[in-house]
Design a protein around this ligand. Structure first.
Ligand code: GLY
Length: 573
């Protein structure tokens, strides 16, 4: 059922929900008196960056498929309709909670090729050359998407790959309609796409809003994958085409790199925040660890009393973020390569100590915050979708090409862009990457290592039952956007849609600045923050995150939150 058709249902539930919310909300100075709700359905829902992808995923569940089948269809439909971040040439993370309460996480993050070296993005005098890790063939990490989706299918799939992917093949063949926002993005990135690829590519034509784009090479690639399985991408004709394109542009990925790629099941990070049990992505994403650190640092304080986006709330969240991102930069990397003291980093005693110098009187400058000392330790563009099915399975998936259209290197014969995930490594300790994030040895480049991520696909339980699935793109701002969305519902009594809609802010230790979504925050509030020593920047970021989520309401129905900042759409039944 699409958004328009569901409007009647939505408004029927509207009055009931208002009563339910009012009774379940905590006191909040900023609690809305008129609630705005997203799509509400009874059984199943997909919320993703494109209507077509949500529709295909929901259609798979309506046919009897489960959330995992829907994941495969949704993700490939995003590869067709949302090449900005969806692709066969990227990677991602999935966190799940199955109908019987089992939880887990899949890491299908890209990894460095065998020929990668620690200094590969430095010039002859040791300076970082950002273009090398951000644009073109050297920036590409070995893609994990197809391995990840087949791994999910092997463990949880209920329909055949053919049944799941046939609607996606049809979508690529029949085409999708260019939205206004999509047209703007294509126009903005056209010059760099042309500079990176010798010839015109499918996405450098002068599209207008409402034009239809058909991607026949991608349809053919998907048909080969349906027929031959993941080996088609990692060892077959597709692998050969991919490697030929990358190497002809000076890249170092080989057939051996592709053949060796494996998705890995990981134990997710689990922590409690008040009455919520939060399950999020473990390393090689920093998402779960940082989310746990920030929320545990906030937990002792009465946030709902301080009020949503009020002075004390912003100060407190900023100071917790500052400390968590300082730890991120030092301790976190690929757990198969570095020892990460996760238990300590998210322990109450460590985090209490971390906040011991915090005061509401004035900002703690980032120059005075270093990583926390742990004894014995040695050492824009991404997209998210959430799915809940009629059986009670819930998943949260964040996937990425890293930058917009990844490395901009396109493989015309396959019909997909390739990632520029190598920029998520720390090219040189202390030198910021494209998100301004600073890394250390733990995240240095090494052959076959996975680069540190900020992706934070998150599932939340309340009273031992599924409560929310949430996540977002946004590079370094992913973690703080997810955290604010959770707090908007749990502390400030908002609906899922309101929680996603609300303006956000972000601090990441360095640079020592709070970034605010422009024209969304009270100027008096901003000057009070400045008086307390906070650097305020309202101009740098037009949007902070593009959050999609699904919330289970007290009556058991599902509410979607599809971010107004994009073309994001909730569809379900
Ligand atoms: N490429 C963005 C991230 O993984 O955090």
């Amino acid at each position: 059922m699409n958004f328009t058709l569901s409007k009647v249902l939505k408004y029927t539930f509207f009055a009931v929900l208002l009563v339910l919310y009012t009774s379940s909300c905590k006191n909040s100075t900023s609690k809305k008196t008129i609630a705005t709700h997203g799509l509400i359905t009874q059984k199943a829902m997909v919320v993703s960056a494109r209507e077509e992808a949500s529709k295909i995923g929901a259609g798979i569940m309506q046919k009897g498929g489960n959330a995992f089948d829907a994941m495969i269809a949704t993700e490939m439909a995003l590869a067709v309709t949302y090449p900005y971040a969806g692709s066969l040439g990227g990677g991602g993370f999935m966190v799940y909670r199955s109908f019987d309460g089992q939880t887990g996480a899949l890491d299908y993050r890209e990894k460095a090729p065998l020929a990668a070296t620690k200094d590969m993005f430095l010039d002859t005098v040791g300076n970082v050359v950002p273009e090398k890790s951000q644009v073109g063939a050297l920036a590409v990490g070995v893609p994990g998407t197809i391995a990840g989706l087949f791994e999910v299918h092997k463990k949880f799939g209920s329909l055949s790959i053919e049944e799941i992917l046939n609607p996606v093949v049809a979508l690529a063949e029949n085409g999708f309609v260019v939205t206004k926002k999509q047209k703007e993005r294509l126009t903005k990135h056209k010059a760099l796409m042309l500079k990176t690829n010798i010839d015109n590519i499918l996405f450098t034509h002068n599209y207008k809003e409402k034009d239809t784009i058909k991607n026949i090479p991608l349809a053919k690639t998907l048909k080969r994958i349906i027929k031959n399985g993941p080996d088609e991408f990692y060892k077959g004709e597709t692998a050969k085409k991919l490697v030929a394109r990358i190497q002809s542009y000076g890249g170092i990925i080989t057939l051996e790199d592709l053949a060796r790629y494996k998705a890995v099941w990981r134990k997710p990070i689990r922590f409690d925040y008040k009455d919520l049990s939060i399950i999020s992505m473990s390393p090689p994403s920093s998402g779960g660890v940082c989310l746990a650190q920030i929320m545990k640092m906030l937990e002792p304080y009465p946030l709902s009393e301080y009020g949503h986006n009020q002075l004390k709330t912003i100060q407190l969240i900023t100071e917790a973020e500052r400390r968590a991102y300082a730890d991120r930069s030092y301790y976190l990397g690929d757990p198969d390569f570095v020892k990460i003291p996760i238990d300590t980093l998210i322990s109450e005693s460590y985090l209490t100590d971390r906040m011991s110098d915090f005061t509401f009187e004035k900002a703690t400058p980032s120059s005075e915050i270093n990583r926390g000392m742990i004894q014995g330790y040695e050492s824009d563009e991404t997209t998210h979708y959430s799915i809940v099915d009629q059986f009670g399975n819930a998943i949260a998936v964040t996937i990425t090409l890293n930058g917009a259209y990844g490395s901009k290197l396109y493989v015309p014969e396959i019909g997909t862009f390739l990632n520029n995930e190598m920029d998520d490594f720390s090219a040189k300790p202390g030198v910021p990457n494209m998100f301004g994030l600073i890394g250390a040895e733990a995240n240095a480049v090494a052959p076959e290592k996975r680069m540190l991520s900020s992706m934070t696909p998150t599932i939340i339980e309340k009273n031992n039952e599924f409560w929310m699935s949430v996540g977002t793109p946004g590079g370094s701002k992913i973690i703080t956007s997810v955290m604010q969305t959770i707090l908007n519902v749990s502390e400030f009594g908002m609906s899922m849609q309101e929680a996603v809609n609300e303006p956000r802010f972000h601090h990441q230790w360095l640079p020592d600045t709070i970034v605010f979504e422009p024209k969304s925050f009270d100027t008096v509030l901003l000057s009070k923050l400045q008086q307390k020593g906070y650097n305020v920047n309202e101009k740098k970021s037009i949007i902070i995150g593009k959050v999609d989520g699904i919330l289970k309401l007290p009556n058991g129905s599902l509410e979607g939150g599809a971010d107004r900042r994009g073309d994001d759409t909730a569809i379900g039944f």
